[in-house]
Design a protein around this ligand. Structure first.
Ligand code: ZN
Length: 504
């Protein structure tokens, strides 16, 4: 190690650890805000968040960090770094460039605009008034276009946006996997719509005690191997998971008296996110690598637990009796009926209410529209019409209003373009990983049927969780499954499941 590097490396590590400390502090403040912080403290809290974020940004964009990075990137210095240190340098460089390329004034204008635009969106959605929101959306798109210019367009302009959430993902790859998915799923959805066999869901229309739902949520998390000494379960309007560090990964859920499935599957979903964050190797703690490697891989873990495991028949053959016990006299239908009812497929207008199958088509529609905006020059004024036509074509439903159409999601109002694909990527990764697991873990489905879920958690820890951000999404999926992302696993999984339920 050169004399030079002996100084630089500790300085670099000190800065990135300090940035991580700011992140943890901000994470606790946000968690607190979303889980019942007193309303009267909001203004002061916002100021505290603003000040801490500002200080963190200064650290992230400091000249000193830039100089240390450049020093460590010299080939002779880089070669002497450990694998973890090398990834830290590469990752920090990426974040650094993203931040310093946007002039502070432009960024501040954008932050103000995004906040206004989100407010306008909320109003416009409530009033079904797209025209009132359109000028704000136009500006948000315009700023995003400027950011793409400053960051530099990749193979296509939209690729630059995708890379923020799914490093390395491209429009070319998404066209390939989403194209395959759309071609197979559209006919499956219409076949299901025409099937005379419809699962009976009427028994779900009852009032289910919130206390019993909470008790069951805690029970299931324990079964999954969620470590309650390294986390806690709370309530919030929109369920989420927040990983402060592997020893403190908190989740929330939502108990609805008239819909027992909301907390049931919501808790398992967030529990899946939490298992990932609780099981990252200790060597990465306090560094930017101590988190999931991408939004898509993170979502694959929540959806693996929620859908592949939690909506499977073996799972309910083991756990239905426990659920029945908590709601005496209420769940009298046999387990098969419960399984079918919680897997009902119905083409609908609203993404967040969609089932496991049609959900992917909601995402493909958003992906195609975002691509049209950034690669095809589609105007904000054209979006309602494009939206409605795609819903008709892929799902066979047509929004009667923009409120239940193009205005339904918050993402675009705040400039989150490129995020939607993560949800379906999660489904595809999950199915591909499950296929490998079925082959490598002897008796996989018998384990689920016996409620022995720990070997499954351990398998995922060894191949995915422990690496945090040490491996990129494509490195990870290749290492785990021996193949790059392939939509046919998800298609096969969905076909097997729904052909049986709907007797196709
Ligand atoms: Zn999620």
């Amino acid at each position: 190690m050169t004399v030079h590097m002996e100084k630089t490396l500790p300085l670099f590590m000190e800065t990135i650890r300090k940035i991580k400390s700011y992140e943890e502090a901000l994470g606790v403040l946000y968690w607190d805000l979303r889980t019942g912080a007193p309303r009267k403290g909001m203004d002061a809290r916002s100021e505290a968040i603003g000040n801490l974020s500002g200080d963190m940004f200064k650290l992230q964009t400091s000249e000193e960090l830039g100089a240390n990075l450049a020093d460590l990137e010299r080939p002779e210095a880089f070669a002497q770094l450990s694998e973890i240190e090398q990834r830290l340098v590469t990752e920090t460089r990426k974040d650094y460039d993203r931040s310093v390329k946007i002039p502070p004034k432009l960024y501040q204008e954008y932050v103000v605009l995004a906040a206004q635009s989100e407010n306008k969106w909320e109003e416009a959605k409530a009033n079904n008034d797209y025209a009132a929101f359109q000028p704000y959306l136009e500006k948000v798109i315009d700023y995003t276009q400027q950011f793409i210019d400053l960051w530099g367009a990749k193979a296509t302009r939209y690729d630059t946006l995708l890379d923020q959430y799914e490093p390395g993902m491209t429009t070319a790859e998404l066209d390939r996997v989403f194209g395959g998915l759309r071609e197979q799923l559209v006919p499956l959805v219409s076949a299901i719509a025409e099937s005379p066999h419809k699962p009976d869901t009427s028994f779900l229309q009852q009032t289910f005690s919130k206390a019993a739902q909470k008790d069951y949520s805690l029970f299931i998390l324990g079964q999954m191997g969620y470590d309650f000494e390294a986390g806690r379960l709370d309530e919030s309007v929109h369920p989420f998971a927040t990983g402060l560090n592997p020893g403190d990964v908190r989740i929330t859920t939502r108990y609805l008296e008239n819909d027992v499935t909301s907390a049931l599957f919501g808790t398992i979903h967030e529990g899946g996110h939490a298992l990932y964050e609780q099981n990252i190797m200790s060597e990465l703690i306090g560094t930017p690598l101590c988190t999931g490697t991408s939004m898509g891989i993170h979502e694959s873990q929540s959806r693996f637990w929620e859908n592949v495991i939690g909506r499977s028949k073996p799972f309910w053959e083991r756990y239905y009796a426990d659920l029945q016990q908590r709601f005496p006299g209420q769940l009298t239908v046999p387990v098969d009926s419960f399984y079918s009812a919680t897997n009902v497929v119905e083409p609908s207008l609203i993404r967040i209410e969609a089932d496991e199958l049609t959900y992917n088509l909601h995402i493909i529609i958003r992906y195609e529209i975002e691509k049209l905006i950034f690669n095809g020059g589609a105007k904000a004024s054209e979006l309602p019409e494009i939206w409605n036509a795609k819903y008709k074509e892929y799902l066979g439903v047509e929004p009667a209003s923009n409120a239940e159409g193009v205005l339904q999601d918050v993402h675009w109002s705040g400039g989150m373009f490129g995020y939607f694909p993560s949800y379906s990527l999660g489904n595809m990764y999950a199915a591909q990983i499950a296929d490998t697991m079925e082959r490598e873990l002897p008796d996989f489905w018998s384990l689920v049927g016996r409620g022995e879920l720990h070997p499954i958690k351990d398998w995922l820890t060894e191949r995915i969780y422990k690496y945090g951000k040490l491996r990129t999404p494509s490195e990870l999926i290749n290492a785990v499954t021996g193949k790059s992302l392939d939509s046919s696993y998800l298609v096969r999984y969905l076909e097997n499941k729904y052909k049986q339920i709907y007797k196709l």
